[in-house]
Design a binder for this molecule. Structure first.
Ligand SMILES: *Cc1c(COP(=O)(O)O)cnc(C)c1O
Length: 355
């Protein structure tokens, strides 16, 4: 595959950032992958080039109508020097689900995974090894026709950039405080809530700013119609442990089908735990807490992996989960998933791929 990818290495390698102080998404590696799409010709000119600004016509459709999709995954360096990706095919299958909804041409899953592996290999010296760090991979596709009419673009760019990262939340694995949004909504069935498209995030900022002002890290979205059922957190799916059972909202078209979510469900089942995907209302959550049955709450996503939730605020009613401490199941999921990702634990479910 990589035979079809032209590689132009940089003449000016950048200075690498301090591994202990990476934050999330602030630094970028020396190279990027780019491939173009032209109607009638398909995807072409796959290349790895020095990381640089793009030169684009200001009329490019992505700037005006937001026809764009993205993905997020990570590469890890093991103690014995291997480089691992975690279920990368799932990401590239999902970008095609997003592509289909946004009328963007699909990309070949095998080729794009191969392209990502080649890019990661070129920049493998950028993969940090300090505890809790990894190389974040951001593939994205943008509509590039210079045209102001509204229709699907006929040209696109598929780009992959890499960023060495630490913890997504400053809290790390410590529990986060979540504000339950009851004014704005994120998505409705029939919309684009199940896709990874920038517009979903643009629409969420107002609420995120409001939550931040009140001292909360993230927003928990309720369904867009009744504002009654729990959907997901800003960049994470959510799980609850109620009376010994693990419950997560079912995928009904408005929630992002997280790969970490799917991995947690598989792991919990392999441990013989009861996991249920169903609708759960915010009232049910508060009732469970009132009855002493809400044992744990946590978010799942590539960026934070597992993020325990220590506090919820719904219309001013504040509840604390597990005394604001990380729960047993959250900790076990975190240890197992990060252990598999870093090559410390046996990959008994066949989730990692070596670069
Ligand atoms: C990416 C994302 C997630 C998490 O998905 P993962 O595949 O686990 O990283 C959850 N919710 C939203 C809205 C997302 O964009």
């Amino acid at each position: 595959m990589s035979a079809n990818i032209k590689i132009e290495k940089t003449q000016n390698p950048k200075q690498k950032p301090d591994e202990e102080n990476l934050g999330f998404g602030r630094y970028f590696t020396d190279h990027m992958f780019v491939m173009d799409y032209t109607e009638g010709k398909g995807w072409h000119d796959a290349r790895i080039i020095p990381y640089a600004n793009l030169s684009m016509d200001p009329a490019c459709m992505v700037f005006h109508y937001g026809q764009a999709v993205f993905e997020g995954m990570k590469a890890y360096k093991t103690k014995d020097g291997r480089v691992l990706l975690f279920r990368p095919r799932k990401n590239m299958e999902r970008i095609n689900v997003s592509n289909d909804r946004l009328c963007i041409p699909t990309i070949d899953v095998d080729f794009s995974v191969e392209a990502i592996k080649t890019l990661v290999d070129v920049d493998k010296d950028w993969i940090p090894t300090a505890e809790g760090t990894s190389l974040y991979i951001r593939p994205f596709i943008i509509a590039t026709d210079p045209f102001l009419g509204v229709r699907p673009s006929l040209t696109y760019k598929f780009i992959v950039i890499l960023s060495p990262v630490g913890a997504y939340y400053p809290e790390g694995i410590n529990p986060v405080k979540i504000y339950i949004e009851n004014e704005y909504v994120r998505a409705v069935k029939g919309g684009v809530g199940f896709t990874k498209t920038g517009g979903n995030y643009a629409a969420s900022l107002k609420s995120q700013m409001k939550a931040k002002e009140l001292g909360y890290t993230q927003v928990l979205w309720l369904d867009g119609i009744e504002r009654k059922y729990i959907e997901e957190v800003g960049t994470m799916n959510v799980f609850f442990k109620i009376d010994g059972e693990i419950i997560t909202p079912s995928l009904e078209g408005s929630i992002l089908a997280g790969i970490t979510r799917d991995s947690c469900i598989e792991l919990l089942k392999s441990w013989g735990m009861k996991v249920t995907e169903r609708r759960i209302s915010i009232q049910e959550l508060y009732d469970a807490h009132a009855n002493g049955k809400l044992e744990e709450a946590f978010g799942t996503g590539t960026a934070a992996v597992i993020s325990p939730i220590g506090e919820f605020n719904w219309e001013g009613k504040v509840i604390t989960v597990n005394d604001g401490k990380i729960g047993e199941v959250s900790q076990r999921l975190y240890d197992t998933i990060t252990g598999i990702q870093n090559g410390v634990l046996e990959d008994f479910l066949g989730w990692t791929e070596e670069v």
